[in-house]
Structure formats: C-alpha cells, structure tokens
Design a protein around this ligand. Structure first.
Ligand SMILES: C[S@@+](CC[C@H](N)C(=O)[O-])C[C@H]1O[C@@H](n2cnc3c(N)ncnc32)[C@H](O)[C@@H]1O
Length: 226
C-alpha cells in the first residue's frame, strides 16, 4: 500500500489490529490511522496491542454500512477479509466511496471460493451432517465476484491473487482449528464433539505419517476513481 506523510488512513473491520502490529515499522511518520471494527471487544484488543507512543492511531467502533465520518475524509481505506461480513455489500461500498477522497485508494482483501476446500471435504467425509462455516462464508464478496461487485463504485480495479497452500502434519492442531468455530451458529459440529476421540483418530489416519494439503486462496483488490 502506498502511504506517505499527511495521509489519513481508515481500516474497517480491523479485528485485533494484527496488521498494524506486524507492520508498525512500515507506517511513515505523519500518517494518521483510524482503526475501527463493529465489535467493541476486537477494538479493545487492537487498542491494547498496537504501539501508539507516537499517537498516530485512533480507535472507533464503526459499522461499514454506516460510517460515522465526514465525506472525503480519508486518503486510503482498507477492508481486510471483512466486506463479506456486511449484510449489504453495496451499502457498505457506498459508504466507503463517500468517506474516501476522490483521488483516494480503497484496498479490499478476500479469499476464493476454494479457500480451505479440503477441510470441508474432510469433515463431511467423517460425517455428512457436519456443516463447516468457513466454506462459502465469503460468497458475498470473494475473488471470483469481487470485480463485478466493485465495478459500479470504482473506475480502476486491479486484483492481485495469492495462491498458496498449507501442509498440515499435526492432527491435534487440526482438531483444535476445526473445533474452534463451535460458537458459530451456522456450524453443525455435533457429530464431531459427540465423538471427539474417533474424530481425532480419523484425522490421524488421514494424516498418517505425511500431511494433508489444504488450499489457501486469497487476494487483494486495489481500487480508485482517478
Ligand atoms: C475475518 S475478521 C478480519 C479481521 C482483520 N481485518 C484481519 O484481516 O485479520 C472480520 C472482522 O470484521 C468485523 N466486522 C464484521 N461485520 C462488520 C461490519 N458490518 N462493520 C465493520 N466491521 C465488521 C468483525 O468484527 C471482525 O473483526
């Protein structure tokens, strides 16, 4: 992302602020960043984790569908793996364009429909009643439909795809990851939690002495109107 002194940056759906923790040294002096999320809990985590000795960062609860900021307030706006969470992606993008300067840039990362596909196949092979929440959760804004969705809002759209994969060789870690989403109301995990030992043994038998390869497909849309 191209940012320089004087720029005002807005991050929407920041989660725990990981991006600013990891990239602290890449944020030039004189850039001000408004870190925001709809969740107070996540925003508090971000506030605690981000080093703000220079007072470059401020924090605010913001719903992307109703951004309480002035028109044309920001030079750069980021939405990392979050647009598909909004009920109405078009309403969210209308707000983004409103608070972005006419010469500003909007960056949106997302995943592809095949992201973690093998995990869904793995759990449904164990029991066809399991519904894995990650699979298809990004349908509202993914690498496949992102450009079409962005077109009414931005003149210039560039998509950079990042194809990757994970090799998982530890059944315990995989078990932890798969069961970590148990609070998600779209997740039917009962067949797994009712038979934890047989699920873990099933994972071990799948991994054997090698690994399971899982697709990671992600990318970024870089958009502007100039
Ligand atoms: C998958 S997490 C991504 C977090 C972070 N951007 C990252 O890449 O690690 C999605 C985030 O979007 C937030 N979120 C969901 N709906 C939102 C909305 N309507 N407006 C703003 N943030 C929202 C969630 O609270 C969560 O922190």
């Amino acid at each position: 992302m191209d940012i320089s002194a004087g720029h005002r940056v807005l991050e929407l759906g920041s989660g725990n602020g990981e991006m600013w923790v990891k990239n602290a040294e890449r944020v030039p002096f004189g850039v001000s960043v408004l870190v925001s999320d709809i969740s107070e809990d996540f925003l508090n985590q971000a506030r605690k984790r981000i080093d703000n000795q220079t007072n470059q960062y401020s924090f605010k609860i913001i719903d992307i569908q109703n951004i309480a900021c002035s028109d044309g307030d920001f030079d750069r706006i980021l939405a990392n793996t979050m647009l598909y969470h909004s009920d109405n992606v078009e309403a969210a993008l209308t707000q983004v364009v409103r608070v972005l300067k006419p010469e500003g840039y909007f960056y949106a990362t997302t995943s592809g429909l095949d992201h973690l596909q093998e995990l869904k196949e793995l759990v449904t092979e164990f029991d066809s009643d399991v519904v894995f929440p990650l699979n298809g959760a990004n349908k509202k804004f993914c690498l496949e439909n992102g450009e079409t969705i962005l077109q009414p809002f931005f003149k210039n759209i560039k998509c950079i795809k990042y194809a990757n994969s994970l090799r998982i060789n530890n059944a315990d870690y995989l078990y932890e990851f798969i069961t970590a989403f148990k609070e998600d109301k779209n997740y039917n995990i009962k067949p797994i939690t009712e038979n934890p030992t047989s699920f873990l043994n099933y994972l071990k038998s799948k991994i054997k002495n090698t690994y399971i390869e899982v697709t990671k497909s992600s990318g970024i849309f870089i958009t502007s109107n100039t």
